[in-house]
Design a protein. Structure first.
Lengths: 289, 276
């Protein structure tokens, strides 16, 4: 019962440390160990240490670079569109109006739905033969094959925009509402137009919230998997293979666990850089006057 | 003056139009899936049919004959256990991080980083671990996997909520003779009850929605509802009707929950820096 003599602040942490050691820290170390070995499920007794060979091997893998490229395109386009649309809607909903609370509550709902349902829902609705959207577009004389090789990635970006713009809206709306009123009054007294008030007052004041929302959203967008699983399974060809899908394919369809683990660790590094940026942004935001 | 009035009128027409467009964009998919779930099997693949005699064929098939009830039940158990563990462990740790600043900024940063970790790095070792322990295709495996991201998230939320409680509250209780721990669970915890509730519901929603871990660790009898939904896609019309039913069943409770958590979400995510 030695640990009972620890100060309270450490005793309170014991359950957290125990649980995280079991489900998070140990797997993380194990995963790193796997990435340094030639680990095959079919030959567990002859696991060999190969050092950084798995990581070095990644540089020559075309599908890996392709998946990275697709993911970057996905992250930047999806998060960019979400920011623009989300900011626009936030400014709009920020004005007092009779239906504001109702509007807000409804517009926020997509972010709470399981992504696999969103993916399948849109696969069904956008399908060229049985989908309702191509049917409606056909009525006005437009025919678009949403999941053709050229458009598939873009369609998946649009689906992400449908589901996650609400998240941007939620954070940016909260940001707008916590802004001080004085700068806006000063701008009005000085006769600034709505346009220049936005660029010179709103945007600079919103910077910390905007950066926070952007980074959180980007971190999440890197994890896109369900839409790909539901809709294209990486195809046509490898056009919609994202990094998480690629790791899943290599690890759980080809059973090359070591290679998959090394790719996952590269992703962890990217994530860490973003998280550090997020943390410093949040800390700065706290001490904002 | 007239020009200004006309401009303002135009402005409000544009705003109304955009709001309605956004509303339709969000609501139409729900409407369509709901409609599809009541279509008789022959009409499911007909996007031109909007009016028909509703049929309960799909609902009967999925709810009565299919295993959907069981999968929903699996999801509920996984969610409740995950939330219970996360709230009890997370509130103790969150209080320590918030009140004593245990570990300083480094500790808070680790919690944030743990929550953001890509699932791809954990799924391989978790899979191998559960394989070794013969726990694949059990609810325990899913719960363990969900704790990896939900426990840090709940802890992060609760740090923010604890930060807002004035110190005088527990000091008062301790002057009255309570130990620090008694002050924590008799005075502080009741004060963040709404926050605990919000974090708990949000954590449940995250667990309910996860397919990645659930599919890879438990694709058989221990399926959760998102994995079951994924299984309905075979591209034959009749399956789409059933899938629509499973989706309505999975989405409806979450939509209701969303109205309760929106408020707490902003506060929790912003680490107390944002107000709603």
């Amino acid at each position: 019962m030695q640990f009972l003599r620890l100060p309270l602040k450490y005793r309170l942490l014991i359950p957290l440390i125990v649980v995280l050691l079991a489900v998070l820290i140990y797997p993380l170390i194990f995963s790193f160990w796997v990435s340094l070995h030639d680990y095959r499920l079919t030959a567990l007794h002859e696991v060999q240490f190969v050092g950084l060979a798995n990581y070095i091997g990644l540089s020559g893998k075309m599908s890996y670079w392709n998946a990275l490229r697709n993911t970057l395109i996905f992250v930047f386009l999806a998060v960019g569109l979400q920011t623009i649309i989300g900011f626009g809607l936030a400014l709009l909903l920020h004005r007092p109006s009779r239906f504001r609370n109702f509007f807000r509550a409804v517009l926020l709902t997509p972010m709470f739905i399981t992504p696999i349902a969103v993916g399948l829902m849109f696969r069904f609705m956008l399908n060229l033969q049985v989908g309702v959207l191509p049917y409606l577009l056909d009525k006005v004389g437009v025919t678009i094959d949403w999941f053709s090789p050229r458009l598939a990635l873009f369609s998946i970006i649009l689906i992400d925009v449908w589901q996650w713009t609400p998240f941007m809206l939620l954070l940016l709306l909260a940001g707008l509402e916590s802004l001080p009123v004085e700068p806006f009054e000063a701008a009005r007294v000085d006769g600034a137009s709505a346009w220049s008030t936005f660029w010179k007052v709103t945007l600079p004041l919103m910077r910390p919230v905007l950066i926070m929302a952007l980074i959180i959203r980007m971190l999440d967008a890197f994890k896109v998997f369900e839409y790909i699983y539901a809709i294209t399974q990486g195809g046509p060809g490898e056009r919609t293979e994202t990094i998480l899908w690629h790791i899943y394919k290599v690890g759980f369809r080809f059973f090359r666990m070591s290679e998959a683990a090394s790719m996952a660790y590269v992703l962890v590094l990217v994530t860490l850089v973003l998280v550090v940026a997020l943390y410093y942004n949040m800390k700065r935001g706290e001490y904002r006057p | 003056m007239n020009i200004y009035r006309r401009r303002r009128q135009l402005c409000s027409i544009v705003i109304t139009f955009i709001s309605l467009a956004a509303l339709v964009a969000v609501l139409f998919p729900y409407f369509w899936i709901f409609l599809t779930s009541f279509k008789p099997p022959g009409l499911v693949s007909r996007p031109d049919v909007w009016f028909f005699v509703p049929s309960f064929y799909n609902w009967e098939d999925v709810i009565v004959r299919g295993g959907t009830i069981r999968y929903i039940f699996n999801s509920i158990i996984v969610g409740m256990v995950t939330v219970a563990i996360s709230l009890s462990v997370g509130s103790l740790a969150g209080y320590s991080f918030s009140r004593f600043n245990t570990g300083g900024g480094g500790a808070r940063f680790s919690i944030l980083a743990a929550k953001m970790l890509p699932p791809a790095v954990l799924i391989i070792p978790l899979f191998l671990l559960m394989y070794e322990l013969a726990l694949l295709d059990t609810l325990i495996a899913i719960i363990a996997a969900h704790l990896t991201f939900i426990l840090p998230l709940v802890t992060w939320f609760l740090i923010g909520f604890f930060d807002e409680i004035p110190r005088e509250l527990e000091e008062q209780a301790m002057v009255d003779g309570a130990t620090h721990f008694q002050a924590f669970y008799k005075v502080i915890l009741p004060n963040i009850l709404p926050g605990l509730g919000g974090a708990g519901i949000f954590a449940f929603v995250l667990s309910w929605n996860d397919m990645y871990y659930a599919m890879l660790l438990a694709g058989g009898d221990s399926k959760t509802i998102p994995v079951a939904i994924a299984g309905y896609w075979t591209f034959r019309g009749i399956e789409m009707g059933k899938m629509a039913v499973a989706m309505v069943a999975a989405i409806t409770p979450v939509l209701v929950a969303s109205f309760f958590v929106q408020k707490h979400l902003v506060k929790g995510l912003g680490g107390g820096g944002l107000k709603y």
